[in-house]
Design a protein around this ligand. Structure first.
Ligand code: ATP
Ligand code: MG
Length: 388
């Protein structure tokens, strides 16, 4: 557990952090969020002593960090920062090996740890170990940064806007990867972000800061449902029902009894539909290639014309996708049903607008109403799946 008690950092007249007290339970993720300059980075860097507090107490598992040597802290605390941080003249493998080397690990142990971590963050060791940071995309570099922070298996991870510098799709994938890794490794994590949706998705608790003070420290649901002040209310924003969908994953509401075929479109007739809305087309490995719309088939259109070919990277969700992102994708594509695939594109099932709506019922809004508004800034026309 990380515990901050009345922690203050003063720069001359500026109170960068003003008597912050909070606890991060072991194995949980706490997210620091708030307007630029509110003291998030300063708070984070005091935990690993990159910055010394002016006053107050910071403890990890009951031990005052000021009584631990910086080297020892470095072993116990992984640190990930936005975009920068990889050493440019070192390979990916050497970057990840930084702390294990400092700790004097044996060569073989380091090499196997590097391979293991690259696999954990979803980078093929044979392909990436010997590359240099300049040969990586932003998202790949970010993954290496996470791998490096995890190298010595520290119980604590500090992350300062780790997914800030990448495009939205990569960001979504990195968040999903982080969630998957965290489910396995259960580190005690403090993560800084500017993005409310990211905080809601990843945080077990959210600390909302304002000019050095802590406005509210609570579970995402509590922040959404019971904002402690007008500032919290306004910061979280208007579309609360949608934001709540950011806590639910496609895996929780998808159906898996979809009809699929690897036979191509020609042989498909209405009988193949067996009551479903779509027959999904997959290749021999089960990778999604498209679908045939059974209602269009039933109206007498030949299968070739009732079929749609798609790129699964663009027209499908994964089990880790949040319902908020799935809904946004549906509105953007104009689909009421979205295929669900694994990370290699293999079809797993389908998530429907109706299922999302059912998740929301009981809260204060309905998707069918939202879909007509401009809440997501996406087209309200859901052409493809209009018929109810
Ligand atoms: N070395 C320093 N000297 C003087 N003032 C500083 C120093 N570092 C930070 N500050 C001030 O402390 C306050 C908090 O800074 P901090 O970097 O923690 O903010 P932040 O919440 O991380 O902001 P951002 O979201 O922009 O990254 C700001 O007003 C900043 O100007
Ligand atoms: Mg900052």
């Amino acid at each position: 557990m990380i515990r901050l008690t009345e922690v203050t950092k003063r720069y001359g007249e500026t109170l960068a952090v003003d008597r912050i007290s909070l606890e991060v339970p072991t194995g949980e993720v706490s997210v620091l969020i708030g307007p630029s300059g509110c003291g998030k980075t300063t708070t984070l860097r005091m935990i690993n002593r990159l910055i010394e507090p002016t006053s107050g107490l910071i403890e990890i598992d009951g031990e005052d960090v000021m009584s631990v040597s910086p080297e020892e802290l470095r072993r116990r605390i992984g640190y990930v920062i936005q975009s920068v941080g990889l050493f440019p003249h070192l390979t990916v493998a050497e970057n990840i090996a930084t702390v294990p080397r400092l700790l004097g690990w044996k060569r073989e142990r380091i090499a196997s740890r590097v391979r293991e971590l690259l696999a954990v963050v979803g980078l093929e060791p044979a392909e990436y170990a010997e590359k240099y940071p300049r040969q990586l995309s932003g998202g790949q570099a970010q993954r290496v940064g996470v791998a490096r922070a995890l190298a010595a298996d520290p119980p604590v991870l500090l992350m300062d806007e780790p997914f800030g510098a990448v495009d939205p799709l990569t960001r979504e994938r990195l968040q999903a990867a982080f969630e998957r890794i965290q489910r396995e490794v259960r580190k005690t994590v403090v993560l800084v972000t500017h993005d409310v949706d990211e905080a809601i998705r990843l945080g077990d608790r959210i600390a909302l800061m304002r000019t050095g003070r802590l406005e509210q420290y609570d579970a995402p649901e509590a922040l959404l449902d019971h904002p402690a002040s007008k500032f919290v209310h306004d910061f979280v924003g208007a579309d609360r029902a949608l934001k709540r969908l950011g806590r639910v994953r496609v895996a929780d509401v998808m159906r898996t009894d979809v009809v699929m075929t690897a036979d191509g479109t020609r042989k498909i007739d209405v009988a193949a539909c067996s009551g479903g809305r779509f027959v999904y087309l997959v290749d021999d490995d089960g990778v999604l290639e498209g679908w045939v719309d059974c209602r269009v088939l039933a109206a007498g259109t030949p299968a070739e014309e009732a079929g749609t070919r798609v790129d699964w990277r663009e027209a499908a969700a994964t089990p880790d996708t949040t319902l908020k992102d799935a809904l946004s994708q549906m509105l953007g594509l104009g689909f009421r049903d979205l295929a669900v695939v694994d990370d290699r594109g293999r079809l797993l099932g389908e998530v429907s607008l109706r299922a999302i709506e059912q998740t929301m019922s009981g809260s204060d809004a309905h998707v069918s109403n939202l879909a007509e508004g401009e809440v997501l800034g996406a087209p309200a026309d859901t052409g493809e799946g209009e018929v109810e």
